[in-house]
Design a protein around this ligand. Sequence first.
Ligand SMILES: N[C@@H](CCC(=O)N[C@@H](CS)C(=O)NCC(=O)O)C(=O)O
Length: 234
Amino acid sequence: MDNYKSPELILYQHPLASFCHKVLIALYENGIRFESHFVDLMLEDVKTELYDFWPVGKIPLLRDLTLDKTIPETSIIIEYIDLMYPGKTKLIPNDTNLALLTRLWDRFFDLYVSEPMQKIVLNQILPDGDKDRLGVGKAYSRLRISYSMIEKQLESKKYLIGENFTMADCSAIPALFYSDTIVSFRDHFPKLTAYFELVLGRDSVKRTLSEAEPYFSMYPFFEKIPKRFLKDRI
Ligand SMILES: N[C@@H](CCC(=O)N[C@@H](CS)C(=O)NCC(=O)O)C(=O)O
């Protein structure tokens, strides 16, 4: 039986989606029980249910049935679970300055790694006439600048903001997992590479990636996903 299932929390998500990984890692870090509702954005009925709660239509989306609350936006979902369902990993530090740094690096990864990564991935599946050459060029250079900034941030730190794993790391891991398949950081950014290897070892991350694995072949840069993340290691 799956320990993580409970009728109280429902997470609308898709196991391939990087922003869903961000929240899944946070939930798994603290063994928070929830029920998963897969959202296939191609299927109208699932989309309708999601749009009823949050017309923006982005995933993931959390529903807390105990309080009849809808919680959208990954950073807000993580803030919410840290507050309402605290566990061994304090995702938002109690110290005000560390909390600010956590939020800053969470924003940084969403806006300056995930966003350009998504731009490049989306562009890959667009028909030729709709491709955005200029925007994609900017996205590639943004990723390189971001990697240099992360390398500097990690100079004397174990995790992104210090000794402890936080929301900033939840945000970083999926962003880096996919961005590395587009602009690899492994040859030029040793601290970033070492950090990424460290976080890949966490159970929450292993579980998230193994649940994503059956869907990896749908990813436009599938051939760039390192074979060690694939079950059949083709
Ligand atoms: N700012 C949002 C971003 C979420 C997001 O972009 N989710 C993607 C999946 S990774 C999505 O819903 N894409 C479908 C769409 O944009 O219609 C958050 O942090 O929750």
